[in-house]
Design a protein around this ligand. Structure first.
Ligand code: GLN
Length: 268
């Protein structure tokens, strides 16, 4: 069967996904061992036998990024797996906010609290080639994946990945990035998230604010003068998290994602 035909069939079976056609193309490119852009130049090639099993995994709602083992984020490509959250386009809002904060300047030092795959840290280091940074995570699987990503991206000597919590690693950092867990316990999530992604990276108590309560009092001691701490938030949490940061003496500016929802808070 040609790829063109197999893609149409697969996309129909993946109708539950908001990105059914894209999912099918990414799986086909993965099965062929080529870039999606190369696949799209010639969809009349033969479908490889491996494609069917990949589609079955996606039909069971497994995230495409876990099936292919990688996901693009900002300007970089990251290896990902079940131990870390799949990097989301929403989180690129934090990088945009950081660029807006520093303008023509640049942070010299970057701290990523709860780095997971290393997405935010490594994207920021790609943005500012002179910067160095630290990614902190509690989870062993995350540390391993983030270290692998730093190495593959040639950033091993600029990115240190260490085990730790919201208190970080000491010292002052020009830019602090943080995408903490912020889902409320009773919130319903898409099956691909609920069944496959690590609960420790998602859930934060009954109201989803537990980790912000822990983080807010610890930020000032880690932030260099003139710097910014940029936190991802759930789209309904801007007010509550702004208040938490406000009691710690921060001025807070929200930034919206591409869907127009408040997605990041810039605390200075
Ligand atoms: N944005 C993610 C989701 O909606 C949650 C990420 C997080 O809790 N930090 O699934």
């Amino acid at each position: 069967m040609t790829a063109r035909h197999a893609l149409a069939e697969a996309a129909a079976r993946l109708a539950f996904s908001a990105t059914a056609r894209l999912d099918a193309e990414l799986l086909m490119a993965h099965a062929l061992g080529i870039e999606r852009s190369v696949l799209l130049l010639d969809v009349h090639r033969e479908t490889p036998p491996a494609f069917a099993a990949l589609v079955e995994r996606r039909v069971a709602h497994e995230p495409v990024a876990y099936i292919t083992g990688n996901r693009g984020f900002w300007t970089i490509d990251l290896a990902v797996g079940p131990g870390v959250l799949v990097p989301r386009a929403d989180s690129e809002t934090l990088i945009e906010a950081a660029i807006a904060h520093f303008g023509v300047g640049a942070p010299a030092t970057i701290l990523d609290l709860g780095t997971g795959s290393g997405a935010l840290l490594l994207a920021a280091l790609d943005q500012w080639p002179e910067a160095t940074g630290v990614g902190v995570d509690m989870a062993g699987a995350a540390i391993e994946i983030a270290r692998g990503n730093a190495e593959r991206l040639g950033m091993k000597n600029r990115a240190r990945i260490v085990r730790g919590g919201w208190g970080g690693v000491g010292g002052l950092h020009d830019l602090i990035l943080c995408n903490p867990p912020y889902i409320a316990l009773d919130e319903s999530l898409p099956e691909e998230v609920a069944r496959y992604e690590p609960p420790c990276a998602l859930f934060a108590g009954v109201d989803g604010l537990d980790d912000y309560r822990a983080i807010a009092p610890l930020l000032r001691a880690q932030l260099a003068p003139g710097g910014a701490a940029i936190l991802e938030i759930g789209s309904t949490q801007a007010e509550a998290v702004t208040a938490l940061l406000g009691t710690q003496g921060f001025a807070v500016t929200p930034r919206r994602d591409l869907g127009g929802r408040p997605r990041a808070l810039v605390a200075t």
